[in-house]
Design a protein around this ligand. Sequence first.
Ligand code: ZN
Length: 221
Amino acid sequence: MDMNADRPAMERLTELLAGYSAGTLSPASTMLVASHMAMSNDNLDFVQSMDAFGGTLLEDGEGVALTHRDAILSSILDDKLAVEEPEEATDEIAGGFFPLPLRQFLGKDLDEIEWKSRLPGLKEFEIETSDGAHVSLLWIRAGQAVPTHTHDGTESTLILQGGFTDETGHYERGDIAIADESVDHRPVADPDEDCICLAVLDAPVRLTGPLGRFIQPFLPR
Ligand code: ZN
């Protein structure tokens, strides 16, 4: 996220990272942050210091929170693979396009995704997790706008390729954009490259523009 991002956007990101460190996020959101951590070092220091702080608080206890996060991650990742996220982002895409936590979560990589066309220039692949979170991949053609919408919950979006701009800032590969009830947004993909992103939503999207009434029936609910 660049410096043009607004303050509430920074606060939402801080809240998400703190939840990750505390082990309080849903499995899908945990996977999204772990994927971010595998792609970018931007928030490594912050998360490590949160982890250290939590560890201090829990020194005499069982370290419940971190154990919970690790359990979530290990349920996503193969046992034979490292359970904890790497110390440094390796930008590891060995054998694939998706960051490892996402690839393990879906059990497939980009070339196996069964995209559904939503609008010209907008494709989606979506799954619903057993705890009701909606996980979707979006493929937005370069320069294309996603119809204006708001959210009944919190939508975290990790950019996997390209970038987009919305009312809260400009986001590039490895960045997380977070939108909630307070954000009525219309992401527009950067003009030079198709944007592929991972969105995790904990409640239905509510569309607000005229196109919203058209696309609403196709969206996860
Ligand atoms: Zn959104």
